[in-house]
Design a protein. Structure first.
Length: 227
């Protein structure tokens, strides 16, 4: 059974890329575009333990006469899972069609459809978060170049790491550029970067690895149904 499925997969895959554009590919691209929009407006709430930076300088705040202030050792984080969804799409559609899907999403947003987090329209290029979205395209290119259809554990780790770094690097540079045009203070710019690319990078890398694995599972299920 497994060999038969792998043989069918090989008919659709050529050097890690989809062999040809079909109606099924177009439907998948549209579904993936919708998935990006859904993830844009989805918020996940996490609570995890941390070691406070001011633990030793502000010892009395965490260890009081009444006992340990446990709330100071917990971090509440609101996470938007858009980047893992991007890498799920890469795993499902491979490099070429995932880039086309994301490009279509960006074009629709700039055309005025309110599918970005803060709306849409060409003026969105002056929003700080736009360049993180723009970074998806080179991130997919580099991550897809790493996997080349070979989704081994090492390749998945490399793809997720490089892809997330590219997104946040381009996003941060774009944010600095726009903030400089708006004459924002250096402290304000640093605050934005820490908010957009601080702990979020850790979450992005962790969930992107999982998303790539899920993409491979969904791909195989699709081919089973098609067969």
């Amino acid at each position: 059974m497994t060999k038969r499925i792998e043989a069918q997969l090989n008919k659709f895959i050529n050097r890690g890329e989809a062999a040809k554009f079909t109606l099924g590919t177009l439907v998948l691209m549209c579904c993936c575009g919708l998935l990006i929009i859904i993830s844009t407006f989805t918020q996940l709430n996490f609570t995890h333990p941390i070691i406070p930076f001011d633990l030793f300088s502000n010892w009395n705040h965490y260890f009081t006469d009444a006992g340990i202030n446990w709330s100071g050792f917990l971090k509440h984080y609101k996470y938007i899972p858009q980047i893992p969804v991007i890498f799920f799409i890469l795993s499902l559609l491979d490099r070429k069609y995932s880039i086309l899907t994301v490009t279509g999403y960006i074009i629709l947003g700039l055309a005025g459809y309110p599918i970005f987090a803060l709306g849409g329209g060409w003026r969105y290029i002056f929003e700080y978060g736009f360049y993180y979205i723009l970074g998806y395209i080179p991130a997919l290119f580099f991550a897809g170049s790493i996997t080349k259809g070979n989704y081994s554990f090492i390749n998945i780790l490399k793809a997720a790491f490089v892809g997330v770094i590219v997104v946040h690097l381009i996003g941060s540079l774009g944010m600095i550029f726009i903030a400089t045009l708006k004459h924002e203070s250096s402290m304000a710019i640093l605050g934005w970067i820490l908010t957009m690319s601080g702990m979020k990078m850790v979450y992005d890398m962790f969930f992107s690895v999982i998303a790539i694995y899920l993409g491979q599972i969904v791909k195989r299920l699709i081919w089973i149904v098609m067969s």
